[in-house]
Design a protein around this ligand. Structure first.
Ligand code: SAM
Length: 500
């Protein structure tokens, strides 16, 4: 019957699917169906074992892993083994589990809701399996799928959200690999979303009486600022937001907010997970000159891009206008990504931008980025501190608001420290001269790194007496960072990143 259905039939054949239910139109065409590609070898279910009697046989590390898992689910565990490893003994001493110091006997299984055999004795494991099956109690035997009536899979915990992955015992390494992938995709605090959503469940049910209305509301809220507030630790603000939305007649109450995100020093894989997630959620992205094209390429494709980049003496948009722009866009209901190079709070004027947002009551969060000093020094093979050469590190800006260089020379000339100068390229020669005049050795090592962390990274090293000239000869351009200190020559040994 299925094979007369043209394209659908071909598809069915291709994916080797089995139709287990189908609805036909009057013309005999399938209008909807449920297809199963394969039969599952096991049914994935979650069993509530809270305060229920669970039996674990075995006293070693593997038994410990299983006991730990059962304890997380609040099972009442009896452990049976003639010997115990140290950690299990501790659990017994702390009265977290019951302990029966004995060899396995079938009678010990009576009344259990679940049994796990975790001994290294095949005969014992087999006996546990046979007896559990006889009693119709679910049994798991570690590393022996044929003896199991249930397996637990690889687990990702974001309690109360739990994800279990099974490869039906065929590819446990693949299951672990998939687990690792999902672990990186789901922020650790994801479970908090479920907990807070749970607190409002009754109210949501009362307000939205159909499943469809609840689903639309849920999807709407989940894609909005609620989740981001929870994930950034603003749980009370999330509750207030959800309550406001529920009280409002308009379920799409203003969703505008600003994400002040550090885009790092250039290499896109130096972004944080959170930065990337928010970059892919925004409606509009307001970005700086320092944001590398590779990083910008990761912003959601449909987002509007607004360039407000600044160079040393040429401000595309004055700072006050940027502050106002961010607030206005968010108040229009947009999710605004304010994307900055490095870290927003290090010579990034992030503080000024959020001050305006605060004044205007616009919700925001700040996502740190790898600042140039960290990223650039790592990629140049210059550790900023070292037990023998530098016990402190000073970040300083070489670009002063009104031109002349007037830095904190006293702080900069302290011994046993590294000085990192942001935006110092133009005044490099003058800064070095002043440092020498203030008593720093003319032989003090220094380096200038241009476009650090990117494929275009260039590094020029020298001393306070000759580096400015070398940099001019090499025609180094911004963005460039200057590092001064006895750590610089370590680069000769530690340079690991391909650079010219
Ligand atoms: C306005 S500051 C912004 C700093 C940024 N907020 C941070 O945390 O890195 C700009 C200066 O950072 C330094 N910088 C930023 N990215 C850099 C890179 N990839 N390589 C070298 N220097 C960089 C340069 O000194 C540049 O002039």
């Amino acid at each position: 019957m299925l094979f007369k259905l043209g394209r659908f039939a071909i598809l069915t054949h291709l994916i080797n699917a089995k139709v287990i239910w189908a609805k036909y139109s009057e013309q005999g065409k399938i209008v909807s169906s449920i297809r199963l590609k394969h039969d599952m070898q096991a049914l994935p279910i979650f069993i509530n074992i809270k305060n229920r009697h669970c039996v674990v046989i075995g006293g070693g590390d593997i038994a410990l892993r299983k006991v730990t898992m059962l304890l997380k689910a609040s099972g009442a565990i009896t452990l049976i083994s003639p010997t115990l490893c140290h950690a299990l003994q501790q659990l017994v001493d702390d009265e977290k589990i019951q302990y029966l110091k004995a060899d396995f006997e079938a009678s010990q299984l009576a009344g259990a809701c679940l049994i796990i055999a975790a001994t290294d004795d095949k005969t014992v494991n087999e006996a546990v399996s046979i007896n559990a099956k006889r009693l119709n109690i679910p049994v798991n035997v570690v590393d022996a799928p044929a003896l199991c009536t249930f397996t637990m899979g690889s687990i990702i915990e974001r309690s109360p959200v739990v994800i279990a992955i099974s490869s039906e015992g065929k590819a446990p390494v693949l299951a672990r690999y998939i687990r690792a992938k999902i672990e990186t995709m789901l922020p650790a605090s994801y479970g908090r979303i479920a907990t807070i959503a749970g607190e409002f469940r009754d109210q949501v049910k009362a307000k939205f009486t159909t499943t469809q209305a609840r689903r639309i509301f849920g999807e709407d809220v989940l894609q909005g600022p609620l989740v981001e507030r929870i994930l950034s630790g603003q749980e009370q603000a999330a509750r207030t937001f959800l309550q406001t939305v529920l009280n409002s007649t308009d379920s799409k109450a203003n969703k505008g907010e600003v994400f002040l995100v550090g885009g790092g020093p250039g290499a896109p894989d130096l972004l944080t997970f959170r930065a990337l997630r928010l970059m892919q959620q925004c409606d509009v992205c307001v970005y700086d000159k320092l944001v590398s094209p590779e990083v910008l390429a990761l912003v959601r494709r449909d987002a509007e891009l607004i360039y407000v980049g600044k160079s040393r003496d040429q401000h595309t948009l004055p700072q006050e206008e940027i502050n106002a722009l961010l607030a206005r866009l968010a108040l229009e209901g947009k999710r605004v990504l304010r994307l900055k190079g490095g870290d927003p709070f290090i010579f990034g004027r992030g503080g000024e931008e959020i001050e305006t947002l605060m004044q205007q009551g616009v919700p925001f969060q700040v996502v740190p980025g790898i600042t140039a000093a960290n990223g650039v020094s790592s990629y140049a093979g210059i550790p900023l501190t070292h037990r023998d050469y530098a016990q402190a590190c000073l970040f300083i800006t070489g670009h002063l608001k009104d031109g002349p260089i007037d830095l904190d020379w006293q702080a900069m000339t302290r011994p046993n420290q590294t000085v990192v100068i942001y935006m110092g390229l133009v005044g490099l020669a003058a800064i070095f001269e002043q440092l020498i005049a203030k008593g720093v050795s003319a032989d003090m090592p220094a380096a200038v790194v241009q476009q650090g962390t990117t494929q275009k990274q260039r590094v020029v090293t020298g001393t306070l007496s000759n580096l400015a000239e070398k940099v001019a000869l090499a025609e180094m351009k911004p963005p460039s960072l200057t590092i001064i200190g006895k750590v610089v020559p370590l680069r000769e040994k530690l340079n690991w990143f391909h650079s010219s």
